[in-house]
Design a protein around this ligand. Structure first.
Ligand SMILES: [Zn+2]
Length: 243
């Protein structure tokens, strides 16, 4: 195993981020790096108890000696997200006059010629995905619930927040993955800012209705309907609507 920290096995990374509430232990941002807290611990290979997660800003502060190791150790014992039960808000950069929503290979393009609020995905009256154009800005909202109705992911007008109740939450590249257990994905969403959102996997449920999403189709259990590769262009209204 590499001793310089470049390669960290996936189960060890997961153990660290679960313990740290899926965010920088200082500020809670879900954009982070895995860090050895003390220099001497690097020699101990990857002992998860000696490691933590820090966002790029707090990592740089620590590297420069501006953030004392004692502060990192203290935050690691009481990570920010565990104290709040929620992540710090992460900004998404959506903008422009058009947004593509791809739900398991089914594509709807929403074109905006004026300010409007569009229900892009509605399940039993609940706006799961909503796109709003306001003063030339494009504001994406997305809510993901588990079967018990707990809100696990809440993107509110481009501000991404998640609950720490999930088994695993990970933002890698532009892909957010929420898992219920080992290899059990509750939702996998790719953010192609400024103008597309792609949902590859997941179980989106609300009020007992479930939409199962795979990369090449969606499945509506209630009606035993499979939808794949549909395509639509919307001007100011409509979207996926399941009831
Ligand atoms: Zn931070």
């Amino acid at each position: 195993m590499a001793q310089d920290g470049r390669y960290i096995p996936e189960p060890i990374k997961r153990q660290i981020r679960q313990r740290c509430g899926f965010g920088c232990v200082i500020c809670g941002l879900p954009l982070y790096e895995y860090e050895h807290m003390r220099e001497w611990s690097i020699a101990k290979e990857h002992d998860p108890d000696e490691m933590t997660i820090l966002c790029p800003t707090h990592h740089a502060e620590k590297t420069r000696g501006l953030l004392p190791v004692e502060d990192v150790l203290a935050a690691n014992r009481r990570p920010r997200n565990l104290r709040f039960g929620l992540s710090e808000a992460f900004p998404l950069r959506y903008s422009g006059d058009s947004c593509l929503v791809n739900l398991g290979s089914n594509r709807i393009v929403h074109d905006f010629s004026r300010d409007a609020i569009v229900p892009a995905l509605t399940i039993r009256g609940c706006p799961v995905i909503r796109i709003k154009r306001e003063d030339g800005r494009l504001l994406l909202s997305l809510r993901i619930f588990d079967r018990q109705g707990r809100l696990l992911l809440d993107i509110n007008e481009n501000e991404l927040l998640f609950s720490i109740d999930s088994w695993d939450v990970e933002l890698v590249g532009k892909r957010l993955t929420i898992r219920k257990g080992l290899r059990v994905i509750l939702a996998q969403v790719d953010f192609y800012a400024p103008s597309a959102i792609v949902i590859n996997r997941g179980n989106f449920s609300y009020d007992g209705f479930e939409v199962q999403v795979a990369p090449d189709h969606i499945f509506l259990e209630k009606y035993n309907i499979r939808m794949e590769k549909t395509s639509a262009l919307m001007n100011g209204g409509g979207g996926f609507y399941f009831d």
